[in-house]
Write a new protein. Structure first.
Length: 317
């Protein structure tokens, strides 16, 4: 599905303010694919689901216009992530006393991502620095018990990551493959997105980071998981986490790597469509996660259909 931008995304003045953070952070979210200009702090968002994007194994007719142009993504000259070094951060006062399954579940999710068939759905894509890899490392989540801020400003979230790095709570990844997902305890409210990913620099080092709302009871961001035994809140976070990480590894930074003519990344093109009730990760855990777009699968006719009846989605099941 097409993506939009957070209305109050960081501008140059906000970026300048971020330079004063303890670990010197600056936002640079790459390219704005909708208009093909510099993203300048604007994150790539995952929208809430709509009535037309909830299909399982989508079918239906393809319009004549759709048949005349390929929906495949094209390369735009940028880097990719050859692996992912994942450092989750839970930010918010309520996490201090939290006893549910979301923190441990997110840790399990990222541990099982490593070398999973699901992660391998992205390995056909290359960048100026190599090929997307299915391998990853993940550290145990850390908790910042201070009051969290919302996702309308990328620099706010980058500064949170920067603060945790400066405090030595999480390491500064110097490989270019660092990924820092920030999970807040704030409900989405009227925001039109479930999560987003972006990129920035900390002490001159490029990192990737992401923002997630609290999705408990949020119908607009709920994959309707009925088979894995995870809580609804964890199931929702897992699905959007899969979306954001798959996009981050294939299109992390300016000038961008892989997206289509409408600006949609691999996760966007298969958002809110599911091929099977759940997908098994490399550690045996099961998750209800959307598919990710594969140019190769679409060309070969071996993928399952997205909400536009384009058969290019893979989930590695």
């Amino acid at each position: 599905m097409a993506r939009g931008w957070v209305a109050a995304a960081a501008g140059l003045s906000v970026v300048a303010a971020a330079i004063a953070a303890p670990a010197v952070a600056s936002a640079s979210a790459g390219h704005a694919r909708a208009v093909h200009v510099g993203r300048a702090g604007k994150p790539v968002v995952m929208h809430v689901k709509s009535a037309k994007s909830t299909a399982v194994k989508g079918g239906g007719k393809v319009s004549a216009a759709a048949k005349t142009s390929s929906p495949n993504m094209t390369f735009h000259g940028g880097v990719i992530m050859t692996s992912a070094n994942i450092h989750p951060i839970f930010w918010g006062t309520s996490w201090a006393t939290y006893t549910g399954d979301k923190i441990t579940g997110v840790d399990t999710f990222y541990a099982g991502w490593n070398n999973s068939n699901y992660a391998k759905t992205t390995t056909e894509y290359t960048g100026t620095n190599g090929t997307v890899g299915a391998t990853s490392t993940s550290s145990a989540s850390v908790i910042d018990k201070t009051t969290a801020s919302g996702g309308s400003n990328t620099t706010t979230i980058l500064n949170e990551v920067s603060k945790e790095i400066a405090a030595g709570v999480v390491p500064l990844d110097t490989s270019g493959n660092g990924y820092y997902p920030v999970y807040t305890d704030l409900p989405r409210g009227s925001a039109a997105y479930c999560a987003w990913h972006s990129t920035g620099t900390v002490n001159g080092q490029r990192i990737q980071f992401a923002f997630f709302w609290k999705l408990d009871g949020d119908a607009g961001c709920d994959p309707a998981d009925t088979t894995t035994g995870h809580s609804q809140g964890l199931a929702a976070l897992a699905n959007v986490s899969a979306h954001e990480l798959a996009e981050a590894v294939t299109d992390p930074a300016s000038p961008g790597a892989w997206y289509d003519s409408k600006g949609s990344e691999n996760g966007d093109k298969c958002a809110w469509t599911y091929n099977v009730p759940n997908v098994t990760f490399s550690d045996g855990t099961k998750w209800k996660v959307q598919g990710e777009w594969s140019n190769a699968a679409y060309t070969a006719g071996t993928g399952y259909a997205n909400s536009s009846a384009q058969k290019g989605c893979l989930d590695g099941h």
